[in-house]
Design a protein around this ligand. Structure first.
Ligand code: XIL
Length: 382
């Protein structure tokens, strides 16, 4: 038994070595040449968040997995406001341009992420030269310039934008962000109006985490209805879906998918990952402001994932994709937040320095057993 195990390990190392030699011909698929994007063709787009090293080809193995299995990409970091406009008026599009060119060259649906977000936004955005908060009018003007310059720059190339990210708390109240505190709740409709003016053909989305929570679900529905009543274009709602093995329940996630579908907008699963690690908090959240101190017991799988946990991950992903397939009529895209476990943000969030296994491809960029099962599920769904 042990020898067979060793033999399998040796074989997989050989495969990795072959991949390293010739990344573009690396057989990082399900073993039968089938791909996720083909299996879900006609159902929904299969998306992935990509980073600059992947676009540049430095991470060539990840790049070949992207080209092979995915037909939609979203920028993991390079389109956030702090990256695009680190200093007022000094736009830097170099990484974002390469990201978009990569998408175009490989015929991928390109989503921009994200125009208005409290996090990874530069400090100058909200303050004057003395460090005090700017006036409402000034912040509106800065928001308008940022949105219109960025959306205008990528007009016709970026097919959909996360216009506003994470504006609502889990209980349905507005997040007390600088945008909210300085402008008021209409910063959301203003952002959508500005984006529409810059590219009327681009799809415009609201994106948030913990969309399964009843309070957030109801507030998002109300907010979208309000935009619709005013005739402001909103095309879709993105549900981030940073999950664990047990959170959220399929029932809660489904209730939100259904509520959002009833609004007549597209629903997207935008940042899917499934953490297998203990959650240090009372309940799960993807609030980037949250962090907990490292403890050994919070990092149980430093070396490898035991079979039982790997099986649980497979089952969890299957349950989620079966849910998405039930709603394929209104779900337009399901995107995972990263290519392989190696580069996942979950290794450092909400606890820095852990070893998590939340994605579909392992640290050697090889498909986990779940990939074959997901392909079968996609193919089986009529
Ligand atoms: C994360 C990135 O993955 C990290 O690399 C970065 O350090 C922090 O942001 N919700 C979002 C994403 O909308 O933009 C966040 O991405 C994850 C949570």
């Amino acid at each position: 038994m042990k020898q067979i195990g060793l033999l399998l390990k040796a074989l997989s190392l050989c495969l990795v070595a072959l991949c390293l030699l010739d990344a573009n011909h690396c057989v990082a698929n399900d073993g039968e040449g089938k791909t996720l994007k083909d299996a879900y063709n006609g159902k929904f787009l299969i998306g992935v968040a990509v980073n600059t090293r992947q676009v540049d080809g430095v991470d060539s193995l990840a790049q070949s997995v992207i080209k092979q299995h995915f037909n939609a990409i979203v920028a993991e970091n390079c389109m956030k406001s702090g990256m695009l406009q680190p200093k007022q008026g000094a736009f830097n599009f170099s990484d974002a341009d390469k990201f978009v060119a990569f998408g175009e060259a490989n015929n991928l649906f390109v989503t921009g992420h994200c125009l208005v977000w409290h996090s990874q936004a530069p400090r100058w955005f909200f303050t004057d030269k003395d460090g005090n908060d700017v006036s409402r009018d000034t912040l509106i003007a800065r928001m308008k310039t940022h949105i219109q310059t960025v959306v205008g720059h990528f007009k016709g190339k970026v097919k959909g934008w996360d216009v506003v990210n994470e504006a609502i708390e889990d209980d349905g109240s507005y997040r007390q962000s600088k945008f909210y505190k300085i402008i008021g709740e209409d910063f959301i409709e203003l952002a959508f109006r500005f984006a529409y003016e810059a590219d009327p053909d681009c799809e415009l989305y609201y994106n948030d985490y913990n969309m399964n929570k009843q309070g957030k679900r109801e507030a998002v529905v109300k907010m979208v209805q309000n935009l619709q009543k005013k005739g402001i274009k909103i095309d879709g709602i993105g549900m981030q879906a940073h999950c664990t093995l047990t959170y959220p329940t399929i029932a809660d996630e489904e209730a939100s998918i259904e509520a959002f579908c009833r609004l007549g907008v597209k629903v997207m699963i935008t940042e899917l990952d499934v953490s297998v690690l203990p959650n240090p908090f009372e309940y799960n959240t993807a609030d980037v402001n949250q962090s907990a101190e490292y403890k050994e017991k919070l990092n149980p799988y430093g070396k490898e994932l035991p079979d039982s946990a790997s099986q649980a991950l497979t089952n969890r992903y299957l349950d989620l994709y079966h849910l998405f397939l039930r709603h394929k009529g209104c779900i337009s895209r399901v995107a995972v937040w990263g290519v392989s476990d190696k580069g996942s943000w979950k290794n450092n969030f909400p606890v820095w320095g852990r070893t998590d296994y939340p994605l579909l491809f392992d640290r050697n960029y090889l498909p986990k057993p779940v990939v074959k099962k997901l392909i079968e599920a996609g193919e089986a769904s009529k």
